[in-house]
Design a protein around this ligand. Structure first.
Ligand SMILES: *Cc1c(COP(=O)(O)O)cnc(C)c1O
Length: 488
């Protein structure tokens, strides 16, 4: 087992320094002349005292504890942990992009504005939408923006609709975003195919419904094949269709939400367009709309005029701003680089390969795990540990056991409609060898669950810590160093 990494406060020794400053080359002033005595610290600040080497080793050791797409397979369903091409980082780091200030006059940032403009055109083409805003900082933020746009649209027509519909397979952010925008949520059940139950949807539709939020392919990785009928039914009662674009990577270049009848979409650049998640940088959740929603978009929008690119602020019906300035620009640079490097054919191929990889794994794993919806999947699929659960081994236990094989576990317990769900998304860049190794690990865990469940329940064995007390960690988090690890 790996040794626990001590805290910085537990390392080093009094008086040790990580840097040496040059001697003072100006006359020293008495401290009281610089700072009144009542503002001076009486006791020295309790800072860790370490050499540079100790410090570097500490942080390097911590950095290796993190599993990322650059350290191993990361099949986290729904999150789309794509490989992040390094050329994206290089381009985003170019001084002409990295050193800009958002308040610079437009004539001094024409190149950056052109990039935003062109990235918008590409996303319009890929989604089949008419206008795009880059302000939202993530998918959920895009959902909220989309819901605000939908509300503004209905209100502009003196229509006070109150209800937003979302399937029972939807991501938790869908109902949360609609609720934040002031809507009441109603759940649409899935049918035995794992798709929207069209009859149940029709029952829920009336002139109170502002929108239906849909992910396509849905969170089971299944394509909503009735989408044209669904769209017609929602539009018939005056509702709008919101596309959660988290799964667009399965169909980009092959099918467009705009052609399916969607009125608003969000995209997750940190999923579909290969920019890093979380720790690797902020996200970006651009929102695209059809023409009838464009007057409500956040301002400013970048536009192309006779004298170059300019910021358009005068949108009388705008919902206002949802983010400072123009969104997370660096992320957009990375996503733009990705789109340019891939080209239209490359993006189509990425979607096709993601689907191929998912189906390859699904076909193999259905021999050792239950497959609740045994149909051709798109970029991800959901298996169930319900058979293993009979021997006491849950989806969570299987996730823990996978850590010993060096894999990041898949998403567990989502979507909610599958018991003991394991949601697997391999992505397009993984080789067949990696997929086979991952399948072998899951097959071995299934065998152990049948023959020696205790060994799975005790996993992981090779990580710095094994089973954490997750309840105490959530209920009584210790976020301060008190000088004594064992005391509480
Ligand atoms: C990831 C995800 C979201 C939320 O996106 P964030 O960028 O994480 O805010 C919404 N819906 C689905 C289906 C997702 O997978």
């Amino acid at each position: 087992m790996k040794r626990e990494q001590p805290l910085l406060f537990e390392l080093g020794a009094p008086g040790r320094r990580g840097c040496s400053l040059p001697p003072l080359d100006v006359p020293a002033k008495p401290i009281n002349e610089l700072l009144p005595p009542q503002m001076q610290r009486q006791d020295p600040l309790a800072l860790p005292e370490l050499s540079e080497g100790e410090l570097v080793r500490h942080y390097t050791a911590l950095s290796t504890r993190n599993h990322g797409v650059d350290s191993g397979f990361y099949p986290l369903g729904s999150c789309t942990m794509k490989y992040n091409p390094k050329v994206n980082e290089e381009v985003a780091r170019l001084p002409g992009f990295a050193l800009l200030h958002p308040c610079q006059p437009p004539e001094s940032v024409q190149g950056a504005m052109e990039l935003l403009y062109r990235a918008g055109l590409y996303l319009q083409e890929i989604t089949g939408m008419d206008q795009v805003t880059f302000q939202p900082a993530a998918g959920a933020h895009g959902e909220l923006t989309g819901m605000m746009l939908i509300r503004a649209y209905h209100r502009s027509r003196n229509d006070q609709r109150k209800v937003v519909l979302a399937p029972d397979s939807s991501h938790g952010t869908n109902p949360a975003s609609a609720a934040m925008a002031g809507y009441e949520i109603k759940e649409v059940p899935s049918d035995e195919r794992g798709l929207v139950d069209l009859e149940a949807l029709r029952q829920l539709l009336n002139d109170e419904v502002a929108a239906l939020m849909l992910t396509n392919p849905n969170t089971l990785g299944l394509f909503e094949q009735d989408i044209l009928e669904i769209a017609a039914a929602v539009h018939d009662v005056g509702g709008l269709l919101y596309y959660d674009g988290a799964n667009l990577n399965a169909i980009m270049g092959h099918a467009r939400p705009g052609d399916m009848g969607f009125d608003v979409v969000h995209l997750n650049l940190h999923k579909t367009f290969a920019t890093p998640h979380g720790g690797g940088g902020p996200g970006s959740g651009p929102v695209g709309v059809k023409e009838h929603l464009a007057p409500f978009l956040p301002v400013p929008l970048v536009e192309k005029g006779e004298k170059g690119y300019f910021w358009k602020d005068d949108l009388p019906h705008t919902i206002g701003k949802v983010h400072g300035f123009h969104g997370n620009f660096g992320v957009i640079v990375k996503a733009y680089t990705y789109m340019v490097m891939m080209g239209a054919a490359g993006l189509r191929r990425a979607a096709a390969d993601a689907v191929l990889n998912a189906n390859y794994l699904m076909e193999r794993l259905k021999n050792s795990y239950a497959l609740p919806y045994d149909r051709r999947c798109k970029h991800e699929f959901v298996i169930s540990a319900r058979e293993q659960k009979k021997r006491g081994v849950s989806a969570g236990d299987i996730a823990k056991a996978l850590l010993d094989y060096g894999f990041h576990p898949p998403t567990v317990y989502f979507p909610l409609i599958v018991e003991e769900a394991l949601m697997i998304e391999p992505t397009e860049t993984e080789s067949r060898e990696t997929l086979d190794r991952f399948a072998e690990a899951l097959e071995e865990i299934a065998r152990l669950a049948a023959e020696d469940p205790a060994s799975v329940l005790a996993a992981p064995h090779t990580t710095p810590v094994s089973r954490l007390d997750e309840v105490s960690a959530a209920r009584r988090p210790r976020v301060c160093w008190t000088g004594n690890r064992k005391s509480d």
